[in-house]
Design a protein around this ligand. Structure first.
Ligand code: 5AD
Ligand code: SF4
Length: 478
C-alpha cells in the first residue's frame, strides 16, 4: 500500500476559480473484505463547533457503522477515538489540544487504540505541523473535504501501522450518497450549501471549508421528503451563508425559492442558518412571512455596531443596511425572534466603536447573542493587523456586552409569560423525567409539566415563568 501523506496549504485553500462544482453520485461502497474491520470494536466520536460539524459527524457515524464499529459514549471504552474539531477561535483549538493531550493515557492501556483528528483544525497548516511534531499518539489526520475517504484511511493505518495524513486544500466537491446516522429522530440537519466565499477578514472558514457550492434542489427536496416519511418534524437548512444558496447553480434558483419549495413539502417546521445580512433579499422576508411552517426565528450575525469596524471586517453592509433587513423582518413576520453574533475587540476597536455596538443591542433587543473576543487566525487578513487593544479591555467589553444581552433576553422572555406557545417536544428533561422540554417556534427552550406530550409531538404550552435563557410552562389539554 502506498503511504498517504498530504498536508494542508492555506494559500491553495484560498483560491477560487469559476470551475463548475463536481457532484459525486457514486454509490458509497466498502469493499467486502473491510466491512468487518470494526467488528467487536468500539468508537468514540467527539464533535466540536458548529452544526456543519455536527452534520459531518453524522456522516462519520454512518461510515463507521457500515464497517461494523459500535459507538460508545466513553473514550475509555473505545478502540477508535475521533475528534471532529473546530478552528473558529484559538480557545476552541486550545480546548481540543488539551483533550488530545489528556486522552493520550489511553494509548498506554490499549496500544492498538486508533486516534484520529479531523474537521476544521485539520485544514490548518500550523495545527497539522504541531500535531506531527508533538502529538505522536495521533494516527490519522484528515480534513473536511475527504470524509468519504475514511474507510481507506482506517485500512491504511490499520495494516501499515503508519501515521496517515490526508488533508486536501481545494475548493471542494459535493458527495451525495454518503451514509448518515442522525443524532435525533424528530429534528434533522440538511446541508443546502457548503463552503464560504465571503472572506470576512477575521474568519478562517473560507479556508477550511472551501468555496460556496450549492446542492441541487432535487437532492435537497428528496432528502426532506424522505425525512418526512421517516417521521421527522423539523429540518434546519444548513450553510455558512444560506442566502448565497443557488448563486453558483446553472439554474436560476435562489434561497427564497428553495424556502418556498421546502415549505410546500409540508414538513411541520423549517429553520435555516446562518444568514449573512448582506444578501438577505426582500423575497426571503416575504417567504418567511408567508409560510407558517417556516419558523419565525432568524440568526442574523451583526458582528459589530460600528460602520468603520464592519468595513475592516469586510462584512459588506453598514448598520443602516443591517437595520433595513432587521426592521423589515420585524414588521412583516409575526412574533419573530432574533439571535446574532458579536465580536468585541477587533484590532484597534475604540471605546466609541464598542459603544456603537451597545447602541445596536439596545435597538435590536436580541433574544440571544453569541459573543466572542476577537481571536487572530493564521492566514487571515485581520491577523496581520496591528492591534492596540489590551486583552483586559477586551474582556471588560465582553462583560459589559454580556450583561446587556442577558438583560434583553430576560425582558423578552418575561414578555411571553401568559402566552400560549407551540412546542416541539424533545422529551423528558435531563434533570427531571417529570418535566419535559422542547422549543417554541421562536426557538426558546421551554421546560414544562406534560399532560399528553410525547417526544416528537407539537403541543400547546402556557408560559408561567421566565428565566434569562429558558421558559417554564404547563401543557394545556387540546
Ligand atoms: N474571532 C472571534 N470570533 C470569530 N468568529 C468567527 N471568526 C472569529 C474570530 N477570528 C465568530 C463570528 C461568527 C461566529 C460563528 O464566530 O461572530 O459569526
Ligand atoms: Fe466566516 Fe464571514 Fe463566511 Fe461567516 S460569512 S463563515 S463569518 S467568512
Amino acid at each position: 500500500m502506498n503511504e498517504i501523506y498530504i498536508k494542508p496549504n492555506l494559500k491553495t485553500a484560498q483560491r477560487r476559480t469559476k470551475d463548475e462544482t463536481i457532484i459525486d453520485r457514486s454509490l458509497f461502497n466498502i469493499p467486502d473484505e473491510y466491512k468487518d474491520l470494526g467488528f467487536n470494536k468500539k468508537y468514540y466520536l467527539r464533535t466540536y463547533g458548529c452544526q456543519a460539524n455536527e452534520r459531518d459527524s453524522e456522516t462519520i457515524r454512518g461510515i463507521l457503522e457500515l464497517m461494523s464499529y459500535i459507538e460508545v459514549k466513553e473514550p475509555d471504552l473505545a478502540d477508535l477515538i475521533i475528534m471532529n474539531t473546530c478552528a473558529i477561535r484559538k480557545n476552541a483549538e486550545d480546548h481540543v489540544f488539551g483533550e488530545i493531550g489528556q486522552l493520550k493515557r489511553l494509548k498506554y492501556t490499549n496500544p492498538d487504540l486508533m486516534f484520529v483528528v479531523c474537521g476544521c483544525m485539520a485544514q490548518e497548516e500550523e495545527v497539522v505541523e504541531r500535531i506531527l511534531k508533538t502529538y505522536h499518539h495521533i494516527d490519522i489526520i484528515f480534513g473536511t473535504h475527504n470524509i468519504h475517504r475514511l474507510p481507506e484511511l482506517l485500512i491504511q493505518a490499520h495494516f501499515n501501522k503508519e501515521r496517515v495524513v490526508e488533508v486536501y486544500s481545494k475548493e471542494g466537491e459535493i458527495y451525495e450518497n454518503l451514509p448518515v446516522i442522525r443524532q435525533q429522530n424528530t429534528k434533522a440537519w440538511v446541508n443546502i450549501i457548503y463552503g464560504c466565499d465571503k472572506f470576512c477578514t477575521y474568519c478562517i472558514v473560507p479556508y477550511t471549508r472551501g468555496k460556496e457550492r450549492s446542492r441541487l434542489k432535487v437532492d435537497i427536496l428528496d432528502e426532506i421528503n424522505t425525512l418526512i416519511k421517516d417521521g421527522y418534524k423539523e429540518v434546519t437548512l444548513l450553510g455558512q451563508n444560506v442566502n448565497a444558496y443557488g448563486k453558483d447553480l446553472v439554474e436560476d434558483y435562489s434561497f427564497a425559492e428553495l424556502l418556498e419549495d421546502v415549505a410546500k413539502t409540508g414538513i411541520e417546521r423549517i429553520r435555516f442558518m446562518t444568514s449573512h445580512p448582506w444578501d438577505f433579499t426582500d423575497k426571503m422576508v416575504d417567504m418567511i412571512a408567508k409560510y407558517d411552517n417556516i419558523m419565525p426565528f432568524v440568526h442574523l450575525p451583526l458582528q459589530s455596531g460600528s460602520n468603520e469596524i464592519l468595513k475592516l471586517m469586510g462584512r459588506r453592509y453598514t448598520t443602516e443596511e443591517y437595520l433595513r433587513v432587521f426592521d423589515q423582518l420585524r414588521n412583516k413576520v409575526k412574533n419573530i425572534t432574533f439571535s446574532t453574533d458579536i465580536i468585541v475587540g477587533f484590532p484597534n476597536e475604540t471605546e466609541e466603536q464598542f459603544e456603537d455596538t451597545i447602541k445596536m443591542i439596545d435597538y435590536c433587543k436580541f433574544d440571544n447573542v453569541y459573543t466572542f473576543i476577537y481571536s487572530p487566525r493564521a492566514g487571515t487578513p485581520a491577523s496581520r493587523m496591528e492591534d492596540n487593544v489590551t486583552l483586559e479591555v477586551k474582556r471588560n467589553r465582553l462583560k459589559i456586552l454580556n450583561q446587556k444581552v442577558a438583560q434583553y433576553a430576560l425582558l423578552n422572555n418575561k414578555g411571553l409569560i401568559g402566552s400560549i406557545q407551540n412546542v416541539l417536544v424533545d422529551g423528558p428533561s435531563k434533570k427531571n423525567e417529570h418535566v419535559y422540554s422542547g422549543y417554541t417556534e421562536g426557538n426558546k427552550l421551554v421546560n414544562f409539566v406534560p399532560k399528553n406530550a410525547k417526544t416528537g409531538m407539537i403541543v400547546q404550552v402556557k408560559i408561567t415563568s421566565a428565566n434569562t435563557w429558558t421558559l417554564k410552562g404547563e401543557e394545556i389539554s387540546s
